[in-house]
Design a protein around this ligand. Structure first.
Ligand SMILES: [Zn+2]
Length: 83
């Protein structure tokens, strides 16, 4: 998950009174920590986030893929070009 907020801003856990993480100079912070992602959702829901796993959507049937290889296989199998 990628979080987008003010550059160099700190995220503080007020319950525990400690710093959780800090955004970089571009105002971005990327994590794969499931616990942190859950915590963010519960406590810092105002911070914009985006799934940093880019998805590729098939224009022909709407199926989504997380990697280009799978998408190409899908196109080849499901939507073969006419010769
Ligand atoms: Zn398709």
């Amino acid at each position: 998950m990628k979080y987008i907020y003010k550059p160099n801003a700190y995220i503080i856990d007020y319950e525990k009174g400690k710093k959780v993480f800090q955004f970089d100079k571009n105002g971005e912070y990327v994590t794969k920590d499931e616990k942190l992602i859950k915590w963010m959702k519960k406590n810092k829901n105002f911070i914009k986030c985006e799934n940093n796993v880019a998805t590729i959507k098939c224009k022909k049937c709407g199926a989504e893929f997380t990697n280009k290889g799978d998408f190409l296989v899908h196109c080849r199998e499901k939507h073969p070009k006419r010769k």
